[in-house]
Design a protein around this ligand. Structure first.
Ligand code: HEM
Length: 138
C-alpha cells in the first residue's frame, strides 16, 4: 500500500466518523425512556470507539511504515483523539449511571458531548485542509 492510499482511508474514516457523530444526535432526540437511551448510548459508544481506533491505527501506520514525521499536526491529532475518547467514555458512564427520572439530563449530556466531538473533528479537518493548501505551516 502507498501512503496516499493509506491517507485516503484515514480521511475516509474521518468522514465516516463525522457522519456518525451527526447521526448520533438522534440518540439524544429520539428515545423516550431512560432504558432506551442507555441501550442506544452503549451501542453508540462501542461504534464510536471502533471508528476512532481505526483512525488511530491508520494514523500510526502512516507514521511507522512511511516515516511520516511526528510533527505538530500529528501531535494535535493525537491530543484531539485522546480528548474525544475521554469525553465519550465519561459521557457513557454518566448516562449508564443516571437515575430513572434523569432522562432530560442524560439527553443534555449526550448532546453537549456530541457537539464537542463534532467541533473537535471538524476543527482538525479544517486544520489539515489549511495545511495541505499551504496556508498553515504545521
Ligand atoms: C480526531 C482524530 C483525527 C482526525 C479528525 C484526523 C484527520 C486527518 C486528516 C483530515 C488528514 C489529512 C488526510 C489527507 O491527506 O487526505 C490527516 C492526516 C494524517 N493523520 Fe490524522 N486525524 C485524526 C487522528 C490521527 C491520529 C490519532 C494520528 C496518529 C497518531 C493521525 C495521523 C495522521 C498522519 C500521519 C497524517 C498525514 C500527515 C500529513 O498529511 O501531513 N491522525 N488526519
Amino acid at each position: 500500500m502507498e501512503l496516499t492510499q493509506l491517507l485516503s482511508i484515514h480521511s475516509l474514516l474521518v468522514k465516516l466518523f463525522l457522519g456518525f457523530i451527526l447521526a448520533g444526535f438522534a440518540v439524544a432526540l429520539v428515545p423516550k425512556s431512560i432504558d432506551k437511551i442507555k441501550r442506544a448510548s452503549f451501542i453508540y459508544t462501542m461504534i464510536f470507539q471502533l471508528i476512532a481506533t481505526a483512525i488511530l491505527a491508520t494514523g500510526i501506520y502512516a507514521i511507522v511504515a512511511f516515516d511520516v514525521p511526528f510533527g505538530m499536526s500529528e501531535i494535535i491529532m493525537s491530543i484531539v483523539w485522546a480528548i474525544m475518547m475521554f469525553v465519550e467514555i465519561k459521557k457513557h458512564k454518566y448516562i449508564k449511571n443516571s437515575a430513572y427520572d434523569d432522562i432530560g439530563l442524560a439527553k443534555k449530556r449526550f448532546l453537549t458531548t456530541s457537539i464537542i466531538e463534532l467541533l473537535l473533528t471538524a476543527g482538525v479537518v479544517v486544520m489539515m485542509i489549511l495545511k495541505a493548501k499551504g496556508v498553515l505551516a504545521i
